[in-house]
Ligand binder design. Structure first.
Ligand code: FAD
Length: 358
C-alpha cells in the first residue's frame, strides 16, 4: 500500500503503467487500474475514517504528476473515478457509503462522473441535457425521475455507479448517485477519439429512470457544481495531468539531448518551465497564490502542447510512426484543449494559438 507520493513503490507502479500506456490509449486499461487499486491509489483521496489515507491536496497532485507521466489514459480515468468517489463520500449519506465505498476503494466496482452538462458541455442549448423531476410532485421524499443524456461519461460501459448531474424545471441543479443497472439507463458504445480512446468515454441516456430520494448527493440548488468537492471544472488536478504529460515528453527530449547537443537548449528551457509550473501547482495546493488556478491551467495546456511536439520533432520520422510514445503524447496533449475547460482557460488557449495577447 502506497502511503506517500515519495514511496519508491510508486515509481514501480508507474513503470508498470508506462509499459501498458500505448495499449491503454486504445483499450480500457483494466490491468493498470487493477494495479492502482491494489496499491491503494483510490484510498489517497478519502479521509481515514472512510477507509482512505487522507493525502493532502499537494501530495495528491504529486501522485498525479507521476501517474500521468507514466500513463495519461489510466490517470485520467482515475480522476473521474476519484471525483465520483469523493462526491459520494462527502455527501454525508452513511447508507450509500456503507454499501459502495468498500467496493469502490478496492476496485471491485467502478464509479464515474456525468456532470459536464452542468458546466462545460451543451450549455449553449436552450434546454437542459438531463432533467430531474419528483415522481410525486407533492411528496418531498418521493423518488426523482431522470430523462435526457450526459454526452461524455468516462468508463461508462464499465461503471457500476455514476455521479450524475440533473436540472429541475425551475433551473435548480442536483447531483445523484445513479446505479447503472437501474431500468432506463442506456450506455452507448464509447466514441473513437483522437487520443485516450481506452477511457471508454461515451454518452449515457436516461429514459424515465427512477432514482430513490436516498440517492441524492446534493439537493436541488443553483449552480450545484460551484465549489463542488471532487468534481469541479478547471481544478488543479487537470493542470497536474498536463504538467505530468509534459514531464514525460521532456524526459525523452533530455535523453536525446545527451547524444545530440543541438537539443540541449530546448530541453533545458522546457524543463525549467515545467519545474516552475510544478512549483506553482504545489504552492496553489498549499493555499499560496503564485498565480491564479486558471492561469496555471492555461500555462499547463500550452506547455503540454509545446513539449510533446518538441519530443516529436526530436524523435523525427521515427516519432511519427504509430506506436512511438511521442506521437501518442502529441495526440493526448490535444485533450487538454477540450477537457473541463472553463471559459477563461479556453480564451487564453485561443489567444495563444492565434498569437495575440488577451
Ligand atoms: C475524452 C473525454 C472524456 C470526458 N469525460 C468526462 C466525464 O467522465 N464526465 C464528464 O462529466 N465530462 C467528461 N468530458 C466532458 C468535458 O469535460 C467537456 O465538458 C467537453 O469536452 C465539452 O465539449 P462539448 O463538445 O460537450 O461542448 P459543447 O459546448 O456542447 O460543444 C459541442 C458543439 O456545440 C457547438 N457549440 C458550442 N458552443 C456553442 C455556442 N455558444 N453557440 C452555438 N454552438 C455552440 C459547437 O459546434 C461544438 O462543437 C469528457 C470529454 C472528453 C473529450
Amino acid at each position: 500500500m502506497l502511503t506517500t507520493p515519495f514511496d519508491s513503490a510508486l515509481d514501480d507502479l508507474c513503470s508498470a503503467l508506462a509499459t501498458g500506456a500505448e495499449r491503454a490509449d486504445q483499450f480500457w486499461p483494466a490491468e493498470s487500474l487493477r494495479r492502482c487499486a491494489e496499491q491503494g491509489v483510490l484510498r489517497w483521496f478519502l479521509p481515514e475514517e472512510q477507509g482512505g489515507l487522507g493525502w493532502s491536496e499537494a501530495d495528491l497532485l504529486r501522485g498525479y504528476l507521476k501517474l500521468s507521466a507514466a500513463c495519461l489514459t489510466t490517470t485520467f480515468i482515475l480522476t473521474q473515478a476519484t471525483g465520483a468517489l469523493k462526491r459520494l463520500a462527502s455527501a454525508g449519506n452513511p447508507e450509500l457509503c456503507d454499501v459502495w465505498l468498500p467496493l469502490l476503494l478496492t476496485g471491485e466496482k467502478f464509479c464515474t462522473l456525468g456532470i459536464s452538462h452542468l458546466t462545460t458541455s451543451r450549455r449553449h442549448l436552450g434546454t437542459p441535457a438531463l432533467t430531474a423531476r419528483r415522481a410525486e410532485p407533492d411528496d418531498p421524499q418521493s423518488d426523482f425521475v431522470l430523462d435526457g443524456y450526459s454526452a461524455w461519461v468516462t468508463g461508462a460501459p464499465q461503471a457500476d455507479l455514476m455521479v450524475i448531474g440533473a436540472q429541475l424545471e425551475d433551473g435548480m441543479q442536483m447531483l445523484l448517485a445513479l446505479p447503472t443497472d437501474l431500468p432506463g439507463v442506456t450506455t452507448e458504445p464509447p466514441a473513437r477519439l483522437v487520443g485516450l480512446s481506452g477511457s471508454d468515454t461515451g454518452p449515457v441516456r436516461l429514459s424515465g429512470v427512477r432514482v430513490s430520494n436516498a440517492h441524492v448527493l446534493a439537493a436541488p440548488q443553483p449552480n450545484v457544481m460551484q465549489g463542488a468537492t471532487g468534481a469541479k471544472t478547471g481544478g488543479l488536478q487537470t493542470s497536474a495531468l498536463a504538467i505530468g504529460l509534459s514531464g514525460a515528453a521532456i524526459d525523452l527530449l533530455e535523453t536525446e539531448a545527451k547524444r545530440r547537443g543541438e537539443l540541449g537548449n530546448a530541453a533545458e528551457g522546457l524543463r525549467g518551465e515545467q519545474q516552475q509550473l510544478v512549483s506553482n501547482l504545489l504552492a496553489l495546493a498549499e493555499g499560496l497564490e503564485p498565480c491564479g488556478a486558471d492561469e496555471l491551467r492555461a500555462s499547463a495546456n500550452s506547455l503540454a502542447l509545446r513539449s510533446t511536439q518538441a519530443a516529436l520533432a526530436a524523435a523525427k520520422g521515427a516519432g511519427y510512426a504509430a506506436g512511438h510514445p511521442a506521437g501518442r503524447w502529441c495526440r493526448q496533449a490535444l485533450f487538454f484543449l477540450v477537457w473541463s475547460c472553463p471559459a477563461p482557460v479556453m480564451a487564453a488557449n485561443l489567444c495563444e494559438l492565434a498569437g495575440i495577447g488577451e
